[in-house]
Every structure is written in C-alpha cells, then in structure tokens.
Write a protein that binds this ligand. Structure first.
Ligand SMILES: *[C@@H]1O[C@H](CO)[C@@H](O)[C@H](O)[C@H]1NC(C)=O
Ligand SMILES: *[C@@H]1O[C@H](CO)[C@@H](O)[C@H](O)[C@H]1NC(C)=O
Ligand SMILES: *[C@@H]1O[C@H](CO)[C@@H](O)[C@H](O)[C@H]1NC(C)=O
Ligand SMILES: *[C@@H]1O[C@H](CO)[C@@H](O)[C@H](O)[C@H]1NC(C)=O
Ligand SMILES: *[C@@H]1O[C@H](CO)[C@@H](O)[C@H](O)[C@H]1NC(C)=O
Ligand SMILES: *[C@@H]1O[C@H](CO)[C@@H](O)[C@H](O)[C@H]1NC(C)=O
Ligand SMILES: *[C@@H]1O[C@H](CO)[C@@H](O)[C@H](O)[C@H]1NC(C)=O
Ligand SMILES: *[C@@H]1O[C@H](CO)[C@@H](O)[C@H](O)[C@H]1NC(C)=O
Ligand SMILES: *[C@@H]1O[C@H](CO)[C@@H](O)[C@H](O)[C@H]1NC(C)=O
Ligand SMILES: *[C@@H]1O[C@H](CO)[C@@H](O)[C@H](O)[C@H]1NC(C)=O
Length: 662
C-alpha cells in the first residue's frame, strides 16, 4: 500500500438542507453480508466509504426538506432474462450490494462481470412525521440500463436509459405501517449481440480506450414527501442582462400561481428580487444588476419557488453563451466576450466505483485539480454525471461541454489501433436511432438549468452516427436548439463533419489542428463559418509502476497503444510544453477558440492523465502548466482586443504532487 499524502480539504459551499430527514437506511442483518472487494486498484477514498455512501442531498436544483436516503447495503442476486415475470417477493436474495456502486465495481461488493440481469432488494420505513396528505416519491439518480420497480409485491414503474433521473409516486403501494419492500429488476445488455444503446465507453470486453461497464443502480436512491400537486421540474435560465426565463412544471397539469424569490448572492436572508407567474408555461422577469457567473467569478443566486402548497429551493447563475465575430473570426462568447475554452477530456471513471465516484469529496478532488492549474472547462465525455457534479462545476466556475453518451462505434475504430478492435455494428438501426433521439432530449431537459454547461455535443468521432443523407446531426441540432435556445451545439466532435452546428471540431493526436490552414487524416479543413475548437488532442502517456496502475494483465498489455509514451515525467512535461506551445501558436496565428486535452486521469490501460487513475500521482509540473495555460488565455485576449485575462484559479488551494514517481 502506498503512503497517502493528506488530502486537501475543500471549502466548497455546501447545499445540505438545514432540516433534513435524510439518513441511512442501513439494515444490520443485510450489512453483515457486505464486504468491500479488493479491485485491480483503489483510491485514497475507497476505505473511507463505509456503508453509508453518498449521504448528500442529491437534487440541488429542486430541493425539498423531507427526504430519506435509501443508499447503503441492499440485497442482490444475479438473474435470468424472464425473471421479471416472477419476482422473488418477500425472499432474501443471495448476496449483498452497496448501493449506489455499479455491480462490476469493487465498492459494490459484487465485482461481477456480464451483469446482464439482476435483482436488487431492500426494505424501508416511511418517516412517521411525513404529512399524511402528502405523496411519497421514490427517486433514482440513475440505473443502467433498464429498471423495473416493484413496491410491496406490485409493479410500480419502469425506466429505460442508464444516465437519467426518474421517479415514481409510490404512495398507493405503501403499507400504512411497518416495512415496505422495494425490488428492482435491472437489465443491462451493454454491447451484447447487435444491441445498440447509449453507453459511452462501456463494453463487455474492455479493450484499451473502451472500459469496464457499469450495470445497475449507480446513483443515489431516495424517497421524499411532496404535496399531491408538486413541482416536478424547474427550468431556469438567467442571462447577462438579468433576464430570467422560468418554467415550473407541476403534477396534475394544473395551472396555478407561482411565487419566486431570488435571494442575494451572499446574504441568505436578503431578497434580491421577487416575481410571479403560472405553472406549466414559461414566464420572464428582469433582475437589476446581477453579479454575473463566469469561471473567474462563479456567482450563484439561491431561489425559492412556491406553487400551491409546494415549496422548493433552487439556484441559478446569470450568464450568456453566444457566438460572435471578433476581428473577422467566429468566436464563442461568454457574457459578450471571447473566452478561450480550455479543458480536459473528462471520462468520469474511478478504479473503485467505475461510473460512481467513491464520494463527493473524491469527485470534487478532480475538479479542483483542473481548476488549480488553470483549466476553465471540462468536456464531460460520453457520460453524464450526478446532479452534484454539475452543481460543483457551477460553484467552482468550471464550464462544461456535455457529450451525449454515444452508441457503439459503427465502424472499426479509425485509425486502426492494435488492441482496440471493438466489435462494431452497422449504423442505420432505426429503433436504436429513435431511442438515441429520445434520450438526447432527456439529456437536455434534465440538465438545461446548470449555468456551468455551455455547449452540447451530439456525436463523438462518428460513433453510432449515420453518415448517409439526411445526416441526423442536422435534425438533432434543431431539436436541441428548440429545447434549449441558450447554448451552443457542437454537433459532431471529430471525424464525420458535414457542416452542422456552431463548431468546426477536429481531433488530432498528439498535436492540435485547431482552426489551422492544414489538416490530416480523420480531420477536416477549417470552416470559417463556424467556431474552431480542438475537441481532442494531447493524449501523451507515461507508464507507471504497478502500484498506481489498473492491475489487469490485458490492460497492461495494451498500454503501448497509448498515442505516445514518454520515458519519464520530465520528458512528459517537456512534450506537453511543446504541444501547448503549438496550440498557443494556433491561437495567435489562426482561428483556434478552444481545446480539450486528453485527459483528466488515466483510465484502465490508458496512461495519459493529468492524474493517475488512483489520483495519487499528479503528473503535471504545475508551474510550467500554469504558465503555459496562461499563455493560451493571453494569446486569446490579444486576438479579442482585450489586454489580458487572468487564469481563473481556485482560491487558497495548494495541491502539489500527492506523491512523486521516479
Ligand atoms: C421528522 O423527523 C425528523 C427526525 O426524525 C426531523 O429531522 C424532521 O425535521 C421531521 N420533519 C418534520 C416535517 O417534522
Ligand atoms: C449471472 O448469470 C448469467 C446467466 O444468467 C451467467 O452467464 C453469469 O455468469 C452469471 N454471473 C455471475 C457473476 O454469476
Ligand atoms: C424468455 O421468454 C421468451 C418468451 O416469453 C422466450 O422466447 C425466451 O426463450 C425466454 N428466455 C429465457 C432466457 O428463458
Ligand atoms: C437494433 O437495435 C436494437 C436496440 O438495441 C436491437 O435490439 C436490435 O437487435 C438491433 N437491430 C439490428 C438489426 O441490429
Ligand atoms: C423561455 O424558455 C423556453 C424553453 O424553456 C423557450 O421556449 C422560450 O423561448 C424562452 N423564452 C425567452 C423569452 O427566452
Ligand atoms: C395539459 O393542459 C393543457 C391545457 O391546459 C393541454 O393542452 C394539455 O394537453 C394537457 N396535457 C395533459 C398531459 O393532459
Ligand atoms: C443557498 O442555499 C443553500 C441551501 O440550499 C444554503 O446552504 C446556502 O447557504 C445558501 N446560500 C446563500 C448565499 O444563501
Ligand atoms: C508499463 O508498466 C507496467 C508495470 O510496470 C509493465 O508491466 C508494462 O510492461 C509497461 N508497459 C510499457 C508499454 O512500458
Ligand atoms: C506492446 O507491448 C506488448 C507487451 O506488453 C508487446 O507484445 C507488443 O509487441 C507491444 N506493441 C508495440 C506496438 O510495441
Ligand atoms: C474585451 O473585448 C471585447 C471585444 O473586443 C469588448 O467588447 C470588451 O469590452 C472587452 N473587455 C474588456 C474588459 O476590455
């Protein structure tokens, strides 16, 4: 076991509610069966997880005070395809699982493979002081891929899609007193057979850039008490001029008056603005002189919404994302100014929890590491995170370019890479395309109120992208614009560009080709009618010793498929300096407006992270990276008529190397 340097404690404003009923649902009998598995690699947080994971209030943009967290040790049993027709009601299942960690993860205590069909079971009490007239809502943060939910022996609901929050009003299924039984049947085929579902990097047979899949419940499960007519969704957008656009969605399709209070940013009891409207339809109002949200000053305003007898808390940030022409070049504008978007490719994988970070503290550690060296953005790569992740980006001031989780690659990965010849399936599967479209709309609807998200991505490198006319990205770009007119759309990042959307986006390793008058295989020539961004570059690697590596022989054998391996950290940093220098030159001379460095952390057999997969090694020479990143912002400022833009950096944070490597 390595020596662990003390972890930095982060002083993030917390949004835990003052009076919550949330607490663990730990059942002593079941807990006895849970054992943390020893996985191929752990993190500094693994041992700290315990049996009461992710206790935080899970829905910061629609908070209610009465809630109960159901995370903890549940029962689990491997299943077969048709068992959903004969649920094991009232029966103890064979194994234990720690919810909410993927069944393939060490933290789940299962660490299985081919987890195609599964049963989950727990019991819960409804707090006796929850108002009798209210409804009890069962919430799931995310279940990959299909969940059939049974409460007290009856089917209560179903959800399809591995990345989306869903809830079920279970009031009519509850016992008037005593324990209630919750059974969940999960089906997650991943890339079995011809199946084509939004799944990102998950494959049943991991191979270099494709990783271990995540099956089952992987985000917080909880119940809450809400009035019969309650707010189901709150759409809030607030711009640089103080214009606020709100839609309050409510159950029962009733149209009732809404009262909104916007609190002062730094003074909870002072009111900045009040407004009124009606549920079910968008209404607008104007707030005088708000402090704007930006990476260097991520001001957020708390909001209270009252509709009938329901009252919820939320927040927003005032900012405008747009495109404009500066000195003849198309640019992304934040609050009317060209801001160079510089981020990492952020996969969101963890060696102990896979899709689920071991804890919120761990999750925020990555974000702080990026912020600390000067990144102002991250590209959330073909994965969707918990609401608490986007809230943290809102609070820290990290812009997010959000990908739709891709379908499987539809052509063999190009250029052909030894060791990552994943099975491919043909494009043009109509039912798969329709389901992709439906889930893309859910991505937008569920995430359009986070100020940090600045751009949506539809297709990554042609994966699942139909390349015959009519190219689907045109239709899908229009759909996104109608659901969310406030952001930019990067329709196609890498490979098959047909001119859709706001960006011209090349991928090229290791050196960038960003708005340049030259391009290579799998890139396309710069299109001056759109904003030039380098959706992926960098990717340079550096091997580690086994102590910090995903200790799976097949992954280790594929390490040399990383785009470039540098002999040691000095060389790695020197190479990064040279590549960042090329990017700076492309900002100075050409039309480059943003770039995404591959990547935040190592993942399995990929050894090209800023941080190692276990987060114990930070490869960056921080002084060099800060200076090089400042160079990018300075070069961009020189092209925008502004003198300088300071690197937005988290205050008072010294990260340093967590441990060295030789
Ligand atoms: C219900 O009881 C819990 C303590 O068990 C408390 O935290 C919570 O505030 C109570 N809720 C109401 C609505 O009284
Ligand atoms: C789970 O069951 C399937 C068959 O339904 C089987 O192929 C698989 O090996 C089982 N996995 C485990 C971990 O038992
Ligand atoms: C499940 O049931 C269907 C018919 O309903 C049948 O065709 C299929 O073979 C069954 N699958 C398994 C694994 O038993
Ligand atoms: C199309 O996709 C669906 C959903 O994944 C799958 O069930 C079906 O087998 C696919 N059809 C073909 C022809 O590949
Ligand atoms: C308000 O938002 C809705 C979508 O939620 C949009 O259709 C409408 O155009 C927006 N109105 C204004 C004035 O921005
Ligand atoms: C909700 O009400 C509006 C009119 O108030 C109506 O157009 C719409 O069809 C209703 N939706 C549902 C689901 O009942
Ligand atoms: C905003 O609300 C959260 C609870 O939702 C609270 O913790 C925080 O202190 C509030 N911030 C301000 C500035 O009022
Ligand atoms: C990387 O390091 C591991 C562990 O030391 C070693 O087994 C492997 O051969 C190395 N791979 C390369 C490509 O250097
Ligand atoms: C990669 O490393 C493996 C052994 O770890 C070796 O067999 C293979 O030839 C290497 N491939 C290349 C392209 O160097
Ligand atoms: C930065 O440049 C833009 C565009 O040239 C201009 O609108 C803006 O006022 C400038 N801002 C500052 C702080 O100089």
């Amino acid at each position: 076991m390595r020596f662990l340097a003390p972890l930095v404690t982060f002083l993030l404003p917390t949004v835990a509610l003052a009076a919550v009923t949330g607490s663990s649902n730990t059942d002593k009998r079941a807990t006895a069966g849970y054992v943390l598995k020893k996985g191929p690699l752990d993190t500094p947080w693994t041992e700290k997880v315990g049996t009461d994971p992710w206790p935080e209030y899970p829905r910061p943009q629609l908070q209610r005070s009465d809630w109960l967290n159901l995370n903890g040790v549940w029962q689990y049993q491997n299943a077969t395809a048709n068992e959903t027709n004969s649920p094991p009601f009232g029966t103890d299942l064979k194994q234990s699982v720690l919810v909410p960690y993927c069944l393939e993860s060490a933290l789940s205590g299962v660490m299985g493979s081919r987890m195609i069909w599964s049963w989950y079971r727990t019991t819960f009490d409804v707090p006796s002081n929850w108002t009798r007239n209210n409804r009890v809502i069962l919430n799931f943060g995310a279940v990959d891929y299909e969940a059939t939910v049974f409460v007290n022996g009856r089917k209560a609901g179903f959800n399809r899609g591995g990345y989306w929050a869903f809830n079920i009003d279970i009031t009519d299924f509850l016992h008037s007193q005593g324990k209630n039984e919750l059974l969940v049947f999960v089906y997650d085929p991943t890339d079995m057979g011809n199946i084509q579902i939004p799944l990102g990097k998950q494959v049943l047979e991991p191979s270099h850039i494709f990783y271990t899949p995540c099956s089952g419940i992987w985000q917080t499960v909880w119940i809450e008490s809400a009035p019969r007519n309650h707010v189901t969704q709150l759409d809030v957008s607030a711009d640089m001029h103080g214009e606020v656009n709100v839609t309050v969605h409510i159950t029962g399709n009733v149209s009732i008056p809404v009262e909104i209070v916007i609190h002062e940013a730094n003074s909870p009891d002072s009111i900045k603005h009040t407004a009124t409207g009606t549920t079910g339809a968008a209404f607008q109002f104007s707030v005088a002189k708000p402090d704007l949200w930006s990476p260097s000053s991520p001001t957020l305003y708390n909001i209270t919404v009252k509709a009938g007898s329901d009252k919820v808390q939320s927040y927003t940030g005032f900012r405008t994302i747009s495109r404009g022409v500066i000195d003849g070049v198309k640019r992304p504008l934040l609050n009317g100014e060209f801001v160079f978007l510089f981020g990492t490719l952020d996969q969101g994988y963890w060696p102990d929890g896979l899709y689920t970070p071991p804890s919120r503290e761990a999750m925020i550690y990555d974000l702080k590491a990026l912020k600390n060296v000067g990144y102002n953005m991250l590209r959330k790569h073909i994965k969707v995170e918990t609401a608490l992740f986007y809230q943290a980006c809102d609070q820290l001031g990290l812009m997010v370019i959000q990908d739709m989780p891709s379908l499987r690659p539809s052509v063999p990965v190009s250029p052909p890479t030894p060791g990552c010849n994943v099975d491919s399936v043909p494009v043009g599967n109509v039912s798969a395309q329709n389901e992709f479209d439906r889930q893309l709309a859910i991505l937008i609807e569920q995430h359009k109120s986070y100020p940090s998200i600045v751009t949506w991505i539809i297709y990554n490198e042609g994966w699942g992208q139909e390349t015959k006319r009519e190219y689907p990205e045109f239709r899908l770009t229009s759909m996104i614009r109608s659901l969310d007119p406030t952001r930019l759309v990067d329709s196609v990042t890498g490979w098959n560009d047909h001119g859709a959307g706001d960006f011209h986006d090349n991928h090229h390793y290791s050196s960038p080709q960003c708005g340049t008058p030259f391009y290579s295989i799998a890139s396309t020539p710069y299109d001056p009618s759109r904003i030039a961004i380098q959706g992926e570059f960098g990717g340079i690697g550096h091997n580690l010793t086994i102590a910090n590596m995903w200790n799976v022989q097949k992954s280790i054998n594929q390490i040399n498929n990383t785009y470039e391996i540098d002999a040691d950290l000095t060389i790695w940093n020197r190479r990064a300096h040279s590549i960042l220098g090329e990017l700076q030159e492309q900002i100075e001379l050409y039309a480059c407006s943003g770039a995404v460095w591959t990547q935040t952390t190592d993942v399995e057999g990929e050894v090209n992270g800023m941080l190692s997969y276990d987060r114990r090694i930070n490869r960056m020479d921080l002084d060099m990276w800060r200076s090089d990143i400042q160079g990018l912002y300075d070069a961009a400022a020189a092209r925008s008529g502004n003198s300088t833009t300071k690197v937005p950096r988290a205050e008072g944070l010294a990260m340093g190397l967590m441990s060295g490597v030789e």
